[in-house]
Design a protein around this ligand. Structure first.
Ligand SMILES: [Cu+2]
Length: 153
C-alpha cells in the first residue's frame, strides 16, 4: 500500500527541484546576455606575447607590450569611462590565451578561429584608475609578460 505522505513529499521535492532548475537556467542566460547597445565596443586579440586592442568606432588598434624597465606597459590600454557598459570580443591569432581582469572578476579564453564575447560595466572610480589585465593561460616563454591595463578615462 502506498503511503499518501510519501507521495506528497516526493512530489513536493520534485516540484522544488524543477523550480530551482528552471530559475537557474533563466538566470544563467541573463548573466551571459550581451547589452543591445553597449557604450563601448572593443576587439581584443591575443598574440605571443602581447594584447592588441582595436576600437572599431575610431578605426584604431593598439599593441600593448610589457616594458621590463618600468614593470609597466606601453603602446596603449583598454580604455573605458567609469560605469560604462563595455562589450569585448576576444580572439587569438596564434595559440590559446586567456583574457583576465582579476580586479573586476572577468576572464574569458582567447581561442584562434573563434570569437568569445562578453560584456561588463566599467567600475565607478576616479579617472586614471588602472586594473591589471593578465594572460592566464600558459602560452609560451613570455606568457608572464603578456599584460595590459584597463584604464578609466
Ligand atoms: Cu597568452
Amino acid at each position: 500500500m502506498v503511503n499518501k505522505y510519501e507521495v506528497l513529499w516526493t512530489l513536493a521535492v520534485v516540484g522544488l527541484i524543477a523550480g530551482v532548475a528552471a530559475y537557474s537556467t533563466i538566470l544563467l542566460y541573463q548573466v551571459d546576455a550581451l547589452p543591445s547597445h553597449p557604450g563601448e565596443y572593443v576587439e581584443v586579440k591575443g598574440h605571443q606575447w602581447f594584447w592588441q586592442f582595436c576600437y572599431p568606432a575610431n578605426h584604431t588598434c593598439y599593441n600593448v607590450s610589457y616594458d621590463p624597465n618600468t614593470g609597466g606597459t606601453s603602446g596603449g590600454a583598454l580604455w573605458a569611462s567609469p560605469g560604462e557598459s563595455v562589450q569585448v570580443n576576444v580572439t587569438s591569432v596564434d595559440v590559446i590565451h586567456s583574457f583576465n581582469i582579476p580586479g573586476i572578476g572577468v576572464r574569458i579564453d582567447a581561442i584562434p578561429g573563434r570569437v568569445n564575447s562578453f560584456a561588463f560595466n566599467a567600475p565607478v572610480a576616479s579617472a586614471g584608475t588602472e586594473y591589471l589585465i593578465q594572460c592566464t593561460e600558459f602560452c609560451g616563454s613570455f606568457h608572464g609578460t603578456m599584460r595590459a591595463y584597463l584604464v578609466l578615462t
